[in-house]
Ligand binder design. Structure first.
Ligand SMILES: [Zn+2]
Length: 84
């Protein structure tokens, strides 16, 4: 029986482990926080689950995970990307 490789990642806020594809990876590229649509962008990344509460609470956890203080633009970006 073939066993599928399912990489697991944790949401930086609720710490819930999920299938990597169920999470959104955010990375800092050219000093801008952005969603890693390919899932393969280089650099330090942080994962968020699809729970909007996690996105709303993400600023400090995200900053710690990315070792970067989120600036106003980053926070606005997070707000815009928050799942409804
Ligand atoms: Zn979460």
């Amino acid at each position: 029986m073939a066993r599928k490789h399912r990489p697991q990642r944790s949401c930086v806020v609720c710490r819930e482990k999920k299938d990597k594809r169920a999470l959104t990876r955010l990375v800092v590229i050219d000093e801008r926080l952005q969603v890693d649509v390919t899932g393969k962008a280089k650099g330090r990344g942080a994962y968020l689950c699809a729970d909007s509460a996690c996105w709303k609470a993400a600023q400090s956890s995200m900053g710690a995970a990315l070792r970067r203080d989120l600036d106003a633009d980053d926070r606005e970006y997070l707000r815009q990307m928050t799942p409804s």
